[in-house]
Unconditional design. Structure first.
Length: 214
């Protein structure tokens, strides 16, 4: 496999650090977040432009940043909803739009969604972002130029996150297992897909079949 130049946004986070480590075994990884010399804030699209100006010849971008806060439906104002979606939904779409113009031919974008097992109180805005990302990626993928690809990884609970919250309940998937989905999205040939992490102790992962092209 060719050695790729891959930008990982959110590379210091729970998932992002595992993704950066896994990709770093075979590729050049440029780790960014809102802090540091190459600061990127998904809420500020001009910082994404600045990243592509500063770093030439990027093959792939992975976003593992920006989550949606839990918020009770009854307390979700118009402004609060827009704010909740700004980075994770609109910011990642802004990233895709810019990457489509700036990545090397045949490059890829891998975004991060998520999924809940059943109903999660306060999870409506997060569910909207996750469903919106999967739908947007499926529809936008066939329109990308120059052989570019886009996919979204949709993890369930990550074990390290549950441990950090002190939750003893449902078992999550270790971040290093979730990271394998990102590696497959970067190195594989799929596009328009939602790669969903399922299972836990056995470390299983599944991918949904590709959506029909319309
Ligand atoms: N952990 C889970 O159980 C889980 C499950 C399902 C889905 N997810 C999704 O996976 C993604 C990553 O989750 P995580 O648990 O790994 O998060 P995390 O540990 O909180 O790490 C987030 C990373 O993103 C950076 N970041 C945050 N906001 C940003 C922004 N606006 N622009 C650029 N960088 C930003 C942070 O660094 P700075 O503060 O330095 O910017 C940090 O490196 C999120 O979208 C989350 O919703 C997580």
């Amino acid at each position: 496999m060719k050695r790729l130049k891959v930008v990982v946004i959110g590379a210091g986070g729970t998932i992002g650090s595992a993704v950066a480590a896994a990709l770093g075994e075979r590729h050049e990884v440029i780790a960014v977040s809102r802090r540091g010399a190459l600061a990127v804030d998904l809420e500020a699209p001009e910082t994404i432009d600045a990243l592509f100006d500063a770093v030439p010849d990027i093959d792939a971008v992975v976003s593992a940043a920006a989550s949606v806060q839990l918020a009770p439906f009854g307390k979700l104002s118009d402004e609060g909803l827009a704010e909740a979606l700004r980075a994770k939904l609109f910011g990642q779409i802004a990233l895709l739009q810019r990457a489509a113009a700036r990545l090397r031919e045949g490059g890829s974008v891998t975004l991060t969604g998520g999924r809940f097992d059943g109903v999660l109180p306060g999870g409506s805005a997060g569910a909207l972002a996750n469903a919106g990302l999967e739908a947007f990626v499926a529809q936008a993928a066939p329109e990308l130029p120059r052989g570019l690809r886009v996919n979204v990884v949709s993890p369930g609970w990550v074990q390290e996150t549950l441990d950090g919250l002190g939750l003893q309940g449902p078992r999550g998937m270790p971040a290093r297992e979730v990271a394998k989905l990102y590696v497959s999205a970067v190195e594989g040939a799929m596009s328009g897909q939602a790669l969903r992490a399922t299972g836990s102790a056995a470390g299983r992962t599944t991918q949904r079949p590709p959506p029909p092209r319309r």
